[in-house]
Design a protein around this ligand. Structure first.
Ligand code: PMP
Ligand code: GLN
Length: 383
């Protein structure tokens, strides 16, 4: 293995899902729903296969999906993207993030990311030979946020880009307009590219609305906006994502993408286009459902003795394990199957400086109510 990838090993999601299977534990670790996406959308994938849409689609993605993505961005956010040249379909948001970093960063460039961050960010930055500059999100009144001075201090002469994930995995924070304005000001002043990971764009609670960074003044022209179908439509196994941005950026990302995968699977693209066009009521119902599940799991975990950070979005809840007498989340999550028959994710693996997050553990609530209830019952044994 090349030196720049040493230390990445096996992802925590693979480790913890394997542990759940091996021990027969309830898996509140890796974030995937235990119910399916909208029936008509699933049917669209099946009919696409039956109708012979089984050969290579065009490199940038099937026109139906690029058009649907552009219409969705316009309808929800008032953002105009030309489906020919400003929208690119990728193999999930993960490929979009990797291809974007590889396309934009020279070795030695710096990329700012808020820690804890989704694990692929550090790996994609390392692959490109760039250097990740973490800015830590810390709980203030229970909600994770950043210190604007720390953000500014992270930007230097080699800073090329900032990765912004909102709604944020794993903390559940949805950046406010004020927070986004801090980020936008820095991007404009330092001429940075913003790479936004908005895969949880529709999963927000309590009336909190997701604001894309690209909608702020001067930001559309410097933002590569990324999302995917997996979370919005409960089809995480479809690995269908998209990039929107100015033509120069999208061309650059496509140049890299064509040699990673050339194109993405056709049937899922057609089905995702159906989803964006016809299933947003289904998504609203999902969002309401998840809000209730959020309340169910946060109440249960609090009763079991965890300190709970109530998420504003995503389907994850961040907990502090110290009130239960534990200090090391990695050690606890490795023991949790034998202690309680439950699997969770140690948040420390999402930090450049793991000691800053060693006392946090993440639980997923995109699960049936009875699964959440049984997990809570088991976790109550810990106290
Ligand atoms: N970004 C974040 C913040 C995520 O939580 C995930 C996990 N689904 C991804 C990106 C990857 O998305 P995809 O499965 O579409 O590659
Ligand atoms: N995004 C999901 C999570 O954070 C899973 C991603 C993965 O398995 N790579 O749990």
């Amino acid at each position: 293995l090349v030196a720049r990838m040493r230390g990445f090993g096996t992802t925590i999601f693979a480790e913890m899902s394997a542990l759940a299977v091996r021990t027969g534990s309830i898996n509140l670790g890796q974030g995937f729903p235990d119910t399916d996406g909208p029936a008509a959308m699933l049917e669209r994938a099946v009919s696409a296969i039956r109708d012979g849409r089984n050969q290579y689609p065009p490199g940038p993605g099937v026109p139906e999906l690029r058009q649907a993505v552009a219409e969705h961005r316009k309808a929800h956010y008032g953002l105009d993207y030309d489906p020919d040249g400003e929208v690119l379909v990728t193999v999930g948001a993960t490929e979009a993030i990797a291809a974007t970093i590889l396309a934009l960063c020279e070795p030695g460039d710096e990329v700012i990311a808020f820690e804890p961050y989704y694990d692929s960010y550090a790996a994609s930055v390392a692959l490109s030979g760039a250097v990740l500059r973490p800015v830590t999100l810390r709980p203030v009144g229970g909600r994770f946020t950043f210190d604007p001075a720390e953000l500014r201090a992270a930007a230097g002469p080699r800073t090329r880009a900032i990765l912004v994930n909102s709604p944020h995995n794993p903390t559940g924070t949805v950046f406010t307009r004020t927070e986004l304005e801090e980020i936008a000001t820095l991007c404009r002043e330092r001429d940075l590219v913003a790479v936004t990971d908005e895969v949880y764009e529709h999963l927000t609670f309590d009336g909190v609305e997701h604001v894309p960074l690209a909608t702020l003044p001067g930001m559309r022209e410097r933002t590569v906006m990324i999302s995917s179908a997996g979370k919005t439509f409960s089809v995480t196994g479809w690995k269908t994502g998209w990039v929107c941005g100015p033509p120069g950026f999208v061309r650059a990302v496509q140049t890299v993408k064509q040699f990673l995968t050339f194109t993405a699977a056709a049937p899922w693209q057609l089905a995702a286009a159906h989803g964006l066009r016809h299933e947003l009521d289904w998504v609203s119902a999902l969002r309401a459902d998840l809000e209730a599940k959020r309340d169910r799991l946060t109440a249960g975990l609090a009763a079991a003795g965890f300190e709970v950070h109530r998420p504003e979005g995503t389907y994850f809840v961040q907990t502090d394990i110290r009130p239960l007498g534990f200090a090391d989340g990695l050690a606890l999550t490795r023991e949790l199957p034998s202690l309680a028959g439950v699997v969770a994710i140690p948040t420390q693996v999402f930090y450049a400086r793991p000691e800053r997050g060693s006392h946090f553990v993440r639980f997923a609530f995109c699960k049936k109510d009875e699964v959440i209830d049984e997990a809570v019952r088991r976790l109550t044994r810990l106290g």
